[in-house]
Design a protein around this ligand. Structure first.
Ligand code: ZN
Ligand code: CU
Length: 484
């Protein structure tokens, strides 16, 4: 058979996203789909790309992002992702989504990590989806609806308490509408005040909307430290009550006294997975990052400031140094920096590796795109898993690494014909050099471009080329979970 295509990647090492062994072959793209894979000697194309010695994989799916606003502000905002080979992002995590609640003032933390009131202009998910349709993002977007955003809308801003039954019912209705308009699931951030005042029953009441729509329940759990096992149980309970799959966000065992406890959490998750659908995302670093909460700072968890509204000059500096300079304790220094964010060195490397390597994991960056001095996960997550953890440390094969960023993730989020290289699948692709791929961003230089990612295509169109940067044209789409 001879066919004419738009472009053919020739003689590539193909990682198909399923975890199957790499093989050599050609990948042909026509329009927005992969047309052929394998020995395509008789095929011709407008553009032939010599990929000998290079790897081609499905474009990476960032399972955990806070890119709700970044996907609306053009290629420069998303360069951090395309330059890692990411072609799809899941937005709306940790209870924080830019819709369906309009805000007239800067929202309270952690909602404010998406920005000031000017960005909170979407009174429904349909309005957000419409904006994405009119001004396409450079990558595909999968959207979750955040509990905290729903609470602000349903509780008239009075969120420092549990919702009443009527308010929970209102949230459930708003969630159901959003799912009907193309959102894929519901996220909570029960760790954060004031959401921690929401009892399990409130979450179950809202999550009930997921059942008919076949949506996902995704959670930044109430506790990732001493009560991490209790929180896993709560998450599984909510999933069973709603009758839907659960995704645990950025799984970790936080704080020094909990180091090593992935030896307990992973078996607990396996036991859960024997009864119900369970997955989790994880980023490849032993430090987390979020808003600064003065009551939670500790001397044994070093913190580095990522942004501070009153003290932008302190961005990038250690909280302990700032406190010493100001002659006060850590908590007071944190209070004076507010509103602010930080990087918290609160995990054990052995736990990080165990959690990364486990078959239930997917890779999600949890990058914070609007931080002035961000955690390096924003620019480095995917190349770090491929280079540092798979190739250099041999924690798992490159096939497994790719699977955790593509096929596995597409399966969990129900993204049909994505996350896989085969004829007929969408042409979301990344070309990289397996010998040189590495993250270059670190805690001192957090926005350095990754190395070894050569090109990224989204829906068959170029999105990024090494040395040239992001493409001017944006061809991302809103993706909606396949309803089982
Ligand atoms: Zn989170
Ligand atoms: Cu998050």
């Amino acid at each position: 058979m001879t066919l004419r295509c738009d472009f053919i990647l020739r003689d590539a090492t193909i990682f198909d996203g399923t975890g199957a062994a790499r093989r050599r072959g050609d990948v042909a793209v026509r329009g927005d789909r992969i047309e052929g894979v394998g020995e395509l000697a008789g095929w011709t194309a407008d553009r032939e790309i010599d990929a000998a010695g290079k790897a081609v994989a499905p474009g990476f799916i960032d399972a955990h992002t806070h890119d709700d606003r970044a996907v609306l502000c053009g290629a420069s905002c998303m360069l951090c992702k395309m330059s890692q080979g990411v072609t799809t992002v899941v937005v709306g995590n940790c209870g924080i989504s830019l819709s369906p609640t309009r805000m007239t003032a800067r929202p309270i933390p952690p909602l404010d990590l998406l920005g000031d009131a000017e960005w909170w202009r979407f009174g429904s998910f349909a309005e957000y989806a419409d904006e994405l349709a009119r001004h396409p993002a450079p990558v595909n977007t999968v959207a979750l609806i955040g509990h905290m955003s729903l609470r602000v809308g349903a509780m008239n801003g009075d969120t420092q308490r549990a919702a009443t039954a009527a308010e929970a019912a209102r949230m459930q209705t708003r969630l159901a509408e959003s799912l009907a308009e193309g959102a894929s699931g519901f996220s909570t951030g029960l760790y954060y005040p004031p959401n921690l005042l929401a009892p399990t029953d409130e979450v179950i009441a809202v999550a009930a909307a997921l059942r008919d729509a076949g949506g996902l329940y995704v959670t930044h759990m109430r506790n990732e430290a001493e009560d991490v096992l209790v929180s896993i149980e709560e998450t599984l309970q909510i999933g069973r009550a709603a009758g839907v799959p659960v995704v645990i966000s950025h799984h970790k065992c936080a704080s020094p006294e909990n180091f090593g406890r992935s030896l307990q959490t992973l078996p607990a998750l396996e036991a859960g997975a024997a009864r119900q659908a369970v997955a989790y995302d994880v980023y490849p670093y032993a430090a987390g990052s979020t808003v600064l909460i003065p009551e939670r700072v500790r001397p044994d968890i070093p913190a580095r400031i990522t942004w501070s509204n009153p003290h932008p000059e302190m961005q990038g500096r250690m909280l302990s140094d700032i406190a010493a300079e100001w002659g006060c304790d850590l908590r007071e220094a944190a209070e004076r920096l507010l509103p602010a964010g930080g990087i918290f060195f609160q995990m054990d490397e052995a736990d990080v590796r165990r959690i990364l390597a486990h078959p239930l994991s997917m890779i999600g960056s949890d990058g914070l795109p609007h931080d002035a001095f961000p955690h390096p996960r924003l620019w480095g997550t995917f190349p770090r898993v491929l280079g540092h953890y798979a190739r250099d440390l041999g924690l798992f094969s490159l096939e497994q690494a790719v699977h955790k960023m593509t096929g596995r993730t597409a399966g969990v989020f129900g993204l049909r014909d994505r996350g896989v290289i085969r004829a007929g699948a969408w042409a979301d692709l990344v070309l990289f050099d397996p010998a040189t791929v590495r993250d270059a961003a670190d805690y001192d230089a957090p926005t350095r471009l990754a190395e070894g990612i050569l090109a990224t295509w989204v829906n068959g169109r170029p999105a990024y080329v090494a040395g040239e940067g992001a493409a001017a044209e944006a061809s991302g789409r809103l993706l909606t979970r396949d309803r089982p």
